[in-house]
Design a protein around this ligand. Structure first.
Ligand code: CA
Length: 262
């Protein structure tokens, strides 16, 4: 089996349009459960990462030798070559010696997990896990081990978001957002122009297991809009009737040309 593509692939040209390809950290997902691999790819792409998904250990080993990513999410039990062995080999090679690794393990592999860490995984997460938790681990690990690969600020036009300090400003003025509105804006700003359905926003911001009504999304998007436009500025969020919401990808550009007086 070759690389599976994520469901987002045909809808958006990944990160290439909104930012240079080199700006987005690359993540290799090695997971033989196809559904889980897709779920992870989809969510990582929604966070602005460039994702490659392989289902076999020996394939992962090849990819790691050809083109090491910025982080690996590595399942423990894999066909071809085990996650443990992949990790051991990575640590033995100069090019991948310090590459961040998050190991996925099944419940009940407690002693195995300890082995994983001693063999060089940087973190582990036990299945079943929540997607937002894994996303937080990925960001945490990149921040700790490869901070240059994770942009801590997102900026469009007069709008800036500081991921590290959880601050947002517009035209130099601090904007106070609740945690949900902050995560919504962060999610929108990592994929400008992409339309997110309410269900996708629920998954990404509240988590898959959250039992929340779709209308909750509308309420929080409404609050976010209100907070961003207190002085009557242009609304950067678009409502796409029958589809959902997106961050207007022309927002930064037109704001910049306004400022330059053209
Ligand atoms: Ca497995």
């Amino acid at each position: 089996m070759s690389m599976a593509s994520s469901p987002a692939d045909d809808r958006s040209p990944s990160a290439s349009r909104s930012k240079p390809a080199s700006a987005a950290p690359r993540i290799l997902v090695v997971e033989d459960e196809a559904a889980l691999g897709l779920l992870l790819s989809y969510n990582l792409e929604a966070e602005g990462f460039v994702v490659e998904h392989v289902e076999r250990g020996d394939e992962a080993e090849l990819r790691l030798q050809e083109s090491p990513p910025d982080l690996v999410i590595l399942d423990w039990m894999l066909p071809g070559l085990s996650g443990l062995e992949i990790c051991r080999r990575m640590r033995a090679r100069e090019a991948t010696k310090t590459l961040p690794v998050i190991m996925l393990t099944a419940r009940g592999e407690e002693s195995e997990r300890v082995r994983g860490l001693t063999i060089g995984a940087d973190d582990y997460i036990v299945k079943p896990f929540s997607v937002p938790e894994l996303m937080a681990r990925v960001r945490g690990l990149l921040r700790r081990l490869a901070p240059e690969r994770l942009s801590s600020t997102l900026a469009f036009g007069d709008l800036g978001l500081d991921r590290e300090n959880w601050r947002v400003n517009r035209a130099g003025r601090d904007i106070h957002l609740g945690p949900t509105e902050f995560r919504l804006l962060e999610h929108f700003m990592t994929k400008p122009g992409r339309v997110f359905s309410r269900a996708q926003l629920l998954d990404a911001v509240w988590g898959l297991s959250a039992e929340i009504d779709d209308r909750t999304v509308d309420v929080h998007v409404g609050r976010l809009r209100k907070a961003l436009s207190v002085a009557g500025e242009r609304d950067p969020i678009r409502t796409i009737r029958g589809a959902g919401y997106s961050f207007d990808e022309t927002f930064g550009k037109s704001a910049q040309s306004d400022e330059s007086g053209q």
